[in-house]
Write a protein that binds this ligand. Structure first.
Ligand SMILES: [Zn+2]
Length: 156
């Protein structure tokens, strides 16, 4: 999706593209795109606030993704070098994607596949902040729980 499609995707008259547009923002470190999109942040935030609920029963409220895109844009607009402030507030950010985008480094990973759980120890790529992150795969969609820790609890 290009910048224009992303912005339009978050507008109320484009229901089909709202979720892909939100993920395009969440999973990007393209400063040019993020800068252009975040210029429209007030309009986007208002539009996202007024999105109607799912019209049919669904595993998950589709508004989850656009609701996460707004703080991601806010974080970018504040010129935060990292996204540490976002992690504990959300369960939609995948540490492996965050690592690919250069925001964090995964320093330890433990699979507990029989329990549908993966545990990560992460460190901010721009600072000393550590997180213990648990991926819970026992739902129809993945959930990541980020907990800030003073230092890794389980080695490094
Ligand atoms: Zn950080």
């Amino acid at each position: 999706m290009d910048t224009k499609e992303i912005i339009e995707g978050l507008m109320p008259d484009d229901r089909h593209n709202v979720v892909p547009a939100a993920w395009a923002i969440i999973h990007s470190n393209d400063t040019q795109m993020l800068s252009a999109v975040s210029d429209a942040l007030p309009v986007i935030a208002t539009a996202v606030n007024h999105l109607p609920p799912n019209s049919e029963p669904a595993f998950r409220d589709y508004r989850f993704a656009p609701a996460l895109a707004v703080p991601v844009l806010t974080c970018f607009k504040q010129a935060d070098s990292c996204r540490c402030s976002l992690y504990p507030a959300s369960n939609g950010l995948d540490p492996e994607k965050e690592q690919r985008l250069g925001f964090i480094k995964i320093i330890k990973e433990e699979d507990h596949l029989e329990e549908y759980r993966v545990e990560y120890t992460c460190i901010c790529a721009h600072g000393e902040t550590h997180f213990e992150t648990i991926l819970d795969e026992s739902y129809p969609y993945p959930l990541w729980y980020w907990k800030r820790v003073d230092r890794p609890l389980s080695g490094s």
